[in-house]
Design a protein around this ligand. Structure first.
Ligand SMILES: *[C@@H]1O[C@H](CO)[C@@H](O)[C@H](O)[C@H]1NC(C)=O
Ligand SMILES: *[C@@H]1O[C@H](CO)[C@@H](O)[C@H](O)[C@H]1NC(C)=O
Ligand SMILES: *[C@@H]1O[C@H](CO)[C@@H](O)[C@H](O)[C@H]1NC(C)=O
Ligand SMILES: *[C@@H]1O[C@H](CO)[C@@H](O)[C@H](O)[C@H]1NC(C)=O
Length: 251
């Protein structure tokens, strides 16, 4: 029979167990490991798929999103089933001068972005300390957007920029922050910004309405080929060879 004295101890144990369980949840929150070589939709498991099952035309994918700032295509488990259970996907971008991939997050993936041709593009993310980490990339350079962090790409190039992103989820998901915020009731957004609702509605009216317009351009904030003076310090080549900048402490 449990005494009154033992009960708090039991409560502590339950709390500790819950904490361990939630931490375990954190470390295994990426896509699960595959349970077999590959995962065709067909059963039985001895199904031999045709070779083309593993081939995909990313450049001409039917999910092309066209926006004023360019276009992109994605290969995810949704349109390329061979990715199922593999924990990985691709996005290919073709960005016009001054194009912007609007600030967004991927709730289920870290992203690595490689600039195939063109540049410079400003890239960056904001961490949980509200610190923005900005870099200017040119052809051949890459960056990483840690999972779940708000990030963007802004071209300052005079020609189209082609880049590709790999994401460590078969279905990374995307939340475009400006769009998501304005999906809330105007009363809520007005309170968020401490602005009258008519001003909120006016700003809302200028936002891209869908993900297809995720690649925006604006005459505000960008002149193609001209780096903002306060950002020119970022336009330096990445270190050659090893990246030997000391790793910062964990956050
Ligand atoms: C630049 O990108 C736009 C939008 O994707 C495309 O329509 C245009 O043909 C591209 N221009 C060149 C020179 O590739
Ligand atoms: C973008 O549009 C151009 C021009 O229409 C096309 O050639 C290219 O395949 C498209 N790229 C992507 C990544 O969708
Ligand atoms: C956290 O943010 C503050 C304010 O922006 C900044 O001064 C500080 O360097 C940041 N800390 C770290 C560890 O990046
Ligand atoms: C913003 O516009 C969209 C599309 O018209 C609408 O669904 C949404 O309710 C609006 N949001 C606000 C906060 O007014």
């Amino acid at each position: 029979m449990e005494s009154a004295k033992q009960r708090p101890r039991a409560a502590h144990f339950l709390l500790a167990a819950a904490l361990v369980a939630s931490l375990a949840g954190c470390v295994s929150a990426a896509d699960p490991d595959p349970l077999r070589d590959f995962d065709p939709p067909e059963v039985p498991s001895n199904y031999a798929p045709p070779e083309a099952y593993f081939k995909f035309d990313l450049l001409h994918a039917a999910n092309a999103a066209q926006g004023p700032g360019g276009n992109n295509t994605r290969a995810t488990s949704a349109n390329f089933p061979a990715l199922r259970s593999q924990g990985i996907s691709y996005t290919l971008f073709n960005m016009r001068p001054c194009g912007q991939n609007l600030p967004h997050t991927h709730p289920r993936a870290t992203e690595i972005l490689y600039v195939i041709s063109g540049g410079p593009v400003l890239v960056g993310f904001v961490d949980t300390n509200q610190t923005a980490h900005l870099n200017m990339l040119r052809e051949g350079e890459m960056t990483v957007f840690p999972r779940g962090m708000l990030h963007f790409i802004q071209s300052f190039a005079t020609t189209n920029v082609t880049s590709i992103s790999a994401l460590n989820s078969q279905n990374p998901g995307v939340i475009i922050q400006s769009r998501a915020l304005f999906d809330l009731p105007s009363e809520v957004v007005a309170t968020t910004f401490s602005l009258p609702q008519d001003q909120i509605r006016a700003v809302n009216g200028t936002l891209p309405v869908s993900q297809a317009l995720a690649l925006g351009t604006s005459n505000e904030g960008c002149v193609s080929g001209v780096l903002p003076p306060e950002l020119t310090y970022l336009d330096v080549p990445a270190p050659k060879g090893e990246q030997n900048v000391p790793a910062p402490g964990a956050r």
